[in-house]
Design a protein around this ligand. Structure first.
Ligand SMILES: [Zn+2]
Length: 266
């Protein structure tokens, strides 16, 4: 199996790569593990001391649960796997405090964690608006969890598509028709030296929609899916970098296979 990085943004929260030499079941397993099983931090318990805002405690708590929090997987444990046996300790939970008085908009950046490494990913996310003299005070506890339990613990959006293969038969092509070029929504086909060719820089934008195939009156174009080659896209919500998500997903996948192999040996 060969891997090739196609793109990566500066913040390392968005990347795409080509997986060459793997069937879809492998690629899809990896995708599902990334979304459902790579753990991240999210607020799970909120103890309200004061809430005069227009929103019920439950609604404020729901909004707090959905705030993405930076997650250090090297130091944090899942609560059920921690040495405290689920009682809650600094190795498996992070406690946030907030105390605000209106009039003002309360933003995510007002949350103060007891652990300097943990921060809200997007400080300007609004939580609730307080009118004059309204107060909001609570203690919130964040724990590691998995997306399979609740989407607030999911680290990313991950998806893939088959690698496109576009073949143009220039013998069948009538040079001045250009219908295929006009039909492509991404401008992947172009005219070069009197021939219709694929713009290789744009090839990965092909969604295999077959608009060019349908538009060609001479059946000169063929689009095929390469079933052992996939283009994989990963977008992190910000709790973990793309690198961390990929490494953790592969570690979890390997561990699953190891467990199965151990059981087979018994
Ligand atoms: Zn613990």
């Amino acid at each position: 199996m060969k891997l090739q990085l196609v793109s990566k943004d500066k913040t390392n929260t968005k990347c795409s790569f080509i997986i060459d030499g793997a069937e879809y079941w492998y690629v899809n397993s990896l995708r599902r593990i990334m979304i459902n099983e790579v753990p991240v931090l999210a607020i799970e318990d909120v103890e309200f001391r004061k809430n005069d805002s227009a929103l019920y405690d439950e609604i404020v708590a729901l909004r707090l649960g959905l705030l993405p929090l930076t997650t250090d997987l090297k130091t944090l444990n899942l609560k059920e796997e921690c040495t405290c046996k689920g009682a809650g300790c600094s190795l498996c939970q992070v406690v946030f405090k907030l105390k605000e008085k209106g009039p003002k908009m309360v933003y995510a950046k007002s949350l103060k964690a007891n652990d300097a490494k943990t921060k809200v990913v997007y400080p300007d996310m609004p939580i609730v608006k307080l009118a004059k003299n309204q107060e909001l005070e609570f203690v919130a506890t964040a724990i590691l969890g998995k997306g399979e339990e609740h989407v607030k613990w999911s680290p990313c959006l991950a998806y893939y598509k088959y690698y496109p293969s576009i073949k143009i038969d220039n013998k069948k092509c009538s040079k001045d028709c250009k219908k295929c070029i006009e039909s492509c929504p991404f401008g992947i086909l172009e005219m070069k030296q009197g021939k219709v060719v694929v713009n290789q820089k744009k090839l990965l934008e092909c969604h295999l929609c077959n608009a060019c195939v349908d538009a060609c009156p001479n059946d000169a174009i063929q689009i095929q899916e390469d079933e052992t080659k996939h283009v994989f896209y990963l977008e992190s919500w910000g709790q973990l970098s793309c690198k961390d998500i990929i490494e953790e997903a592969i570690r979890i996948f390997d561990n699953k296979l190891l467990q199965l192999s151990k059981q087979l040996k018994k």
